[in-house]
Design a protein around this ligand. Structure first.
Ligand code: PLP
Length: 365
């Protein structure tokens, strides 16, 4: 550290220079994050110093966390769902596995996840000492449920289905997973970190949430399609009592127990997440999602016209192509199978898509 602090102006000119090194979202087509909605940024600034790790000191902010859980629980067809605001999908997925493992104390526990699952499940298995069994995918990159049954056994503590896979934007057959989970009496966690803020707003929503009786928990991230500030995730559970298995004593805080993974937790991004939901409402979110889906369709059509076929028709706004080059200046990503992947977030407007397609066609020339 410096012996003597530096003048504010110098400091901020240094910070500005670093910030300028960042790439603006305008050309980022690879991210599941997006610039926060203006009401999110405003709410975030209002709650900057709040700490949900000691909720009795910030009862107003804590009430907003409860409201977030209630709103998202209602969106997932269970207004009484238990839950709390996490730092994102990774923490939600780890916590879901912790609950599942506590519920079934077996000698060598395993979990069964689709091959498409996010790498956060690898972290969760490593931390929790769980064997990860991987279910292959069908021709459309969804979990092949035929292969599922044989992988579940007496030591399976959880099955995972994904709603809006990170790489291909697919929704696993959660109806079938729910049946298997009920038949085999296994905890079913639905990772809807991305799709949880997309699928409920589609013209024809695909069933995936607590309406299905086998679903025990759901991850959903406001900091992705919910246009909140970072970090804002949410873990929802059917049975709020199951959080008690994670409790530790916190004698010197305003609450005597906590079940969260993090201790100090931001209230600002929770206020931001609530702000977007309240401001846009179902109607506003439907419009945002309809725009993103329309842009994904236009992108797919445009790329196919240029000779780059889609890898699959996605369920949500993630488009993938057989294409191995992107025009200079654009950030796209590549899936494990080598497909070009573009996430049509709200900053990826129709103009951006047209510009990208134009640049693609110049690369072709
Ligand atoms: N689950 C899914 C389906 C995701 O797409 C992601 C991130 O892209 C995660 C979990 C992890 O979320 P986070 O990066 O917020 O921890």
């Amino acid at each position: 550290m410096r012996e003597v602090g530096c003048p504010e102006e110098d400091l901020f000119s240094f910070l500005s220079s670093k910030r300028r090194e960042d790439i603006g979202y305008r050309n980022i087509l690879s991210s599941m994050c997006t610039p926060p909605h203006p009401v999110a940024a405003r709410a975030h600034a209002m709650f900057l110093e709040t700490n949900l790790g000691d909720p009795g000191l910030f009862p107003g902010t804590a009430a907003l966390e409860e409201l977030l859980v209630e709103r998202l629980g209602t969106l997932m067809h269970l207004p009484d769902a238990g839950g709390y605001a996490t730092s994102g999908g990774t923490e939600s997925n780890i916590q879901a596995f912790r609950i599942a493992k506590k519920q079934k104390p077996v000698k060598s526990p395993n979990v069964v996840v689709p091959a498409s699952s996010h790498f956060s499940f690898q972290k969760a298995c490593d931390i929790l000492g769980l064997e990860m069994r991987t279910v292959p995918l069908d021709g459309e990159f969804r979990m092949d449920t035929e292969a599922l049954d044989g992988l579940v056994d007496k030591s399976t503590v959880a099955i995972v289905g994904v709603v809006g896979t990170t790489e291909y934007g697919m929704v696993d057959p959660i109806v079938r997973l729910s049946e298997v989970a009920e038949d085999r009496d296994v905890f079913l966690h639905v990772d809807a970190a991305f799709g949880g803020m997309v699928v409920p707003f589609l013209d024809r929503p695909i069933p995936f949430d607590f309406r299905l009786p086998g679903v025990d928990s759901v991850s959903v991230d406001p900091h992705k399609m919910g246009m909140s500030t970072i970090p804002a995730g949410c873990l929802l559970v059917r049975n709020p009592a199951c959080f008690s298995s994670l409790n530790v004593d916190t004698p010197y805080l305003t609450v005597k127990r906590e079940c969260t993974l993090a201790g100090t937790r931001p209230g600002a991004s929770v206020a931001a997440a609530v702000a977007v939901l309240e401001y846009l409402g179902m109607d506003g979110m439907r419009a945002v999602v309809a725009g993103c889906m329309e842009n994904a369709r236009r992108l797919i059509e445009g790329m196919e016209t240029l000779g780059y076929p889609r890898a699959v028709t996605p369920d949500v706004n993630v488009a993938t192509f057989s294409c191995d080059r992107a025009p200079a200046g654009w950030r796209v990503s590549t899936t494990r199978n080598g497909h070009m992947r573009i996430v049509c977030m709200s900053h990826v407007t129709r103009d951006v898509i047209e510009q990208f397609l134009n640049d693609m066609s110049d690369t072709n020339a």
